[in-house]
Design a protein around this ligand. Structure first.
Ligand SMILES: [Zn+2]
Length: 65
């Protein structure tokens, strides 16, 4: 499991049975958030967004020429 300290953004990598109660870097005891893997739908949306931006950019470039 990977957790992220919301105070100093330090990544804390730990095994499943091990739970950190404080950030080893800044000592914060609150705000250690579990980092979840990006859902497939969100990745798909990002790919579509990048594709749309590229297509729009090409259209603008052709319109100018
Ligand atoms: Zn920290």
């Amino acid at each position: 499991m990977v957790r992220l300290c919301s105070r100093c953004h330090h990544r804390i990598e730990q095994s499943d049975g091990d739970v950190a109660h404080a950030c080893p870097q800044c000592g914060a005891e609150a705000g250690l958030e579990e980092v979840l893997p990006t859902p497939f739908a969100v990745r798909l949306f990002a790919v579509c967004l990048v594709g749309a931006v590229l297509v729009a950019g090409s259209a603008v470039a052709l319109a100018i020429l």
